[in-house]
Design a protein around this ligand. Structure first.
Ligand code: PHE
Length: 379
């Protein structure tokens, strides 16, 4: 057999091209980067590339040889271009996969930043109260901090000589202008609302029953010591319907107290009391123990007053244009700071409003955990 040199003659062109194709195929598939692949493409198919030069060389051949070589070389060129394209697609895909892996977001990681800003215990407690009562079907209503005498007192059946109206307890706004004038008489006087109960009146004046609202908001009284602040917060509750009775009031508030303090069998006591706007009225106490100086909510034989409640006085319904022969309901008022102090062991009310960041870092709550009945109330 004659030995075959691959460049020995044009008759061998076909096998030379086949061999070149095999070799290049291997080189191309070994290219690990798009840059390496581009270098191969330029070296073979570029203006001065090997295959390009071989095409130019064809002119030197003649006749049949040129035709055969031309066809073979064209096929080679097409095949190499195709192989490079395929390898390029592979490398592109690999690069994309690598990027997707590198830029992957782990949604199970905690969100950042975690510790920038904290929720004040008052906001947290309001959110908890709203979460519990919201689950029972109450919707949030609001009213103004600056009230008139009618909504804050008169419509709530608080008579003109009632001690709650005394200048000592109530912030009266200076007379004159839009905010009222002492000369204009009692009903024109404006006050900083002393409780959230005026929103009962505003709601019933504008809406027919069934009504089921809660009213979180700021309230004001002239008072300042370890358990009283001139500005504090309440959450009012109001239910008006055709068959509402004391059993509903009790069930609702027992359920609420147990959910709020997270004590399933928390003892709850209803103690007869008096509010002008409810009849009968009841103060609500929860079981606690004061053994060893500290206060513990839950078990023990002591009681702690935590909120006021009662069946709506029919006079109040009538004052709002709701027929008290058809409708009844109940109302309650929760002191937010008091609930926060009890649940989170905060001893002095005054510290709530001193804006001391060390205090907030100690008693504050993560901004990313909104209290909910399913997600948990107090994280
Ligand atoms: N408004 C009362 C208070 O501030 C609380 C209360 C609200 C009592 C509703 C009964 C019913 O003391």
């Amino acid at each position: 057999m004659p030995t075959q040199n691959k460049y020995s003659g044009m008759d061998d062109t076909v096998s030379i091209y086949a061999q070149l194709q095999d070799e290049l195929g291997l080189t191309i598939s070994a290219a690990e980067t798009l840059d390496a692949l581009e270098t191969i493409r330029v070296a073979e198919l570029g203006k001065k590339g090997r295959i390009t030069s071989m095409m130019k060389e064809l002119g030197k051949l003649d006749g049949e040889a040129r035709k055969t070589a031309g066809q073979g070389l064209n096929a080679l060129k097409t095949q190499i271009a195709l192989t490079i394209e395929q390898r390029k697609a592979e490398l592109d895909q690999a690069a994309l996969n690598a990027r997707l892996m590198a830029e992957r977001i782990d949604v199970s990681l905690p969100a950042r930043p975690q510790n920038q800003g904290l929720i004040h215990p008052v906001s947290q407690t309001i959110d908890e109260i709203v979460a519990i009562l919201g689950e029972m079907g109450f919707v949030v209503a609001e009213g103004p901090d600056v009230e008139d005498d009618w909504h804050n007192f008169t419509a709530l059946n608080i008579p003109p000589d009632h001690p709650a109206r005394e200048e000592l307890d109530t912030f009266y706004l200076p007379g004159g202008g839009e905010l009222g004038d002492k000369d204009e008489g009692e009903n024109e006087r404006h006050v900083l609302r002393t409780h959230t109960s005026p929103v009962q009146i505003r709601t019933m004046e504008n809406q027919q029953p069934p009504i089921r609202i809660i009213v979180p908001g700021r309230t004001y009284r002239c008072d300042y010591d370890a358990t009283h602040s001139p500005m504090f917060h309440q959450v009012e509750g109001l239910v008006v319907d055709k068959k509402t009775h004391m059993g509903h009031l009790k069930g609702c508030l027992i359920e609420f107290c147990r959910a709020f303090f997270g004590v399933e069998d928390l003892p709850v006591r209803f103690r007869p009391s008096y509010f002008p706007f409810t009849e009968p009225s009841a103060e609500v106490d929860i079981g606690c123990t004061r053994e060893g100086g500290g206060l513990r909510i839950g078990h023990g034989d002591d009681w702690l007053e935590i909120l006021g409640s009662g069946m709506i006085n029919p006079k109040v319904l009538d004052n709002c244009g709701i027929d008290s022969t058809i409708y009844q309901g109940f109302a309650f008022g929760i002191g937010v700071e008091r609930m926060a102090m009890l649940k989170y062991g905060i001893p002095d009310l005054r510290t709530f409003y001193e804006s001391d960041l060390r205090w907030l870092r100690h008693y504050g709550f993560s901004a990313l955990h909104t209290p909910s009945m399913v997600g948990g109330l107090e994280r």
